[in-house]
Design a protein around this ligand. Structure first.
Ligand code: NDP
Length: 498
């Protein structure tokens, strides 16, 4: 199927508008079946050098194209993505494993982002303001930065790339993109779409390869002036350290330990739906996945029972089967990490109510599948309640009050997403003020970000930047302050002010 959809059995780098073969390759494995989908080049730093050289040249020309004309390319990218939505979704499921319905949703996110960022071509607003001196004009404008590097993870192989490359390109930058080695197909497909949409050569370059070679080369290349990264905290903080030494701008979107709070007045059925979707969608491999449920003790038992009943209905298997709700885990390393946390949870004294094991029956044996898992009676300090597991594992933490719920929510090192189920308007407004996360949901789960709002988090989730929304432009532009003095004489700021 992959061969028919892709038309090739080896991917190629995309540099200066040319498709370039690699010298070494690695297999890309379908996590649902263990079968090889395609081969991906393992490039080295010379490909990064080559890409940066052409990107530098291309960027100078691209920045001179009026932004509304740059936008025309993104409108066309969006149109082609829309036309090719089903094709892209199937390939996404083949390389990543997420169920088709979610793969379609992820592609749609990219389409939405294309049209939203194309609209920025006629905005990219700066500010005009009053100068403190007579006959003087003041304004601030956004300027492109130059060549930017984007490094993307495997869990949202197309959406995250659109959150980063579209704002970079509309702002007049050129991009070097290193996708995750597990999921390179979306990069190949998106590069083809950019080419068909008529993007000027060299503005978007895809270099495949390992983080330890291609990623490091990008981070250390003095021709790349911004690194925008999504992935693990470990890699993110390493990259930030290296960029810091070079005074290079770096935008990080890292992990989460997101919670759903269920208060005693909540609509329990709705809360259960929100938790199941947020905890087990994408097999829990989302940075916004719900992995803690902070529940008022008065409704704890009822919630447990309803959750168990809903979890039993979840069908697990190959995401290409439309009836499947939970797909595979990305790879063996991901599986081992989840199993380790199950043991940690048991040792810490949490009660395992459901799941906790790998699924091996029948065809499931060929891929990596883990049973949706529910711990209860966890406490806020347990490692299963503090650390990112990145799998279909959720822990219930009982609390006695609203105030305690907020406190438990905020007691982790991360701050990406949080949610509260309550019918009390006072609690709603207090919660949105006091929950220390970049995203807050009321009466909805922890996932479901819309692309025209800022995406990112507080504390260990990042370093203050945001993907998507108009705020994404701040990562890929410099603010330039412009003063025009039309008095015809020297006027000194702060001194010649009457
Ligand atoms: P990484 O953070 O290591 O990988 C993310 C991206 O960074 C990949 O493209 C990777 O390349 C690249 N990379 C790796 N090392 C470097 C480096 N030294 N310099 C530059 N780029 C580098 O995450 P993993 O995929 O290894 O996943 C491990 C864990 O991270 C998961 O279990 C999960 O907990 C967390 N994670 C969180 C995500 C989130 O959305 N918050 C997303 C993905 C992972 P390559 O493909 O070659 O490895």
């Amino acid at each position: 199927m992959a061969k028919t959809l892709l038309g090739v059995d080896k991917l190629v780098n995309f540099i200066d508008g040319e498709w370039m073969e690699g010298s070494e390759y690695a297999p890309v494995i379908n996590p649902a079946t263990g079968e090889e989908v395609v081969q991906v080049p393992l490039s080295d730093s010379s490909s990064v050098d080559e890409a940066v050289n052409v990107a530098k040249k291309a960027q100078k020309e691209w920045a001179m194209v009026p932004a509304p004309q740059r936008a025309e390319v993104l409108y066309e990218v969006g149109r082609i993505m829309k036309e090719r939505k089903e094709h892209l979704a199937k390939l996404l499921t083949l390389e990543n494993g997420k169920v088709l319905e979610e793969a379609r949703g992820e592609v749609q996110e990219g389409i939405d982002m294309a049209f939203y960022m194309a609209g920025e071509g006629r905005r990219l607003f700066g500010q005009t303001t009053n100068a403190e001196l007579k006959d003087k004009f003041a304004m601030s404008v956004r300027a492109p930065i130059g060549v930017v590097g984007i490094i993307t993870p495997w869990n949202f192989p197309i959406a995250i790339a659109t959150w980063k490359s579209f704002p970079a390109i509309i702002s007049g930058n050129a991009v070097i993109w290193k996708p995750a080695t597990e999921t390179p197909i979306m990069a190949y497909e998106l590069a083809k779409i950019y080419e068909e949409a008529g993007l000027q050569k060299g503005v978007l370059n895809v270099v495949y390869g390992k983080g330890s070679t291609v990623g490091e080369a990008m981070v250390h290349h003095d021709g790349i002036r911004v690194i925008s990264f999504t992935g693990s905290n470990e890699t993110g903080s390493h990259i930030a350290g290296e960029c810091g030494k070079q005074l290079k701008k770096v935008s990080l979107e890292l992990g989460g330990k997101n919670a759903v709070i269920v208060m005693d007045d909540a609509d329990i059925n709705l809360a259960v739906e929100g938790i199941v979707w947020s905890a087990f969608g994408t097999s829990g491999q989302r940075c916004t996945a719900c992995s803690r449920v902070i529940v008022h003790e008065d409704v704890k038992e009822e919630l447990e029972q309803r959750l168990l009943a809903e979890m039993e209905k979840l069908t697990i298997g190959n995401g290409l089967d439309e009836s499947v709700k939970v797909g595979p885990i990305i790879n063996e390393a991901g599986m081992e990490k989840i199993k380790t946390y199950i043991e940690i949870g048991k040792e810490e004294g949490a009660t395992l109510l459901a799941g906790g094991y790998e699924l091996k029956e029948g065809d499931l044996d060929k891929g990596h599948y883990f049973a949706p898992t529910l711990f209860t009676d966890a406490t806020r300090d347990m490692r299963i309640a503090q650390e990112e597991i990145f799998g279909p594992v959720v822990s219930l933490i009982p609390v006695k009050s609203f105030e305690e719920a907020i406190d438990v929510n905020n007691s982790v090192a991360y701050g990406l997403s949080s949610s509260i189920f309550t019918k009390d308007a006072n609690r709603v407004f207090k919660a949105q003020r006091d929950l220390d996360t970049g995203i807050v949901y009321v009466n909805a789960g922890t996932t479901g970000a819309e692309i025209h709002l800022p995406f990112g988090g507080t504390k260990g989730t990042g370093n203050g930047h945001r993907d998507s929304g108009v705020q994404a432009l701040d990562v890929f532009t410099e603010w330039k302050a412009v003063y025009v003095d039309y008095s015809g004489k020297l006027q000194r700021a702060q001194i010649d002010v009457e």
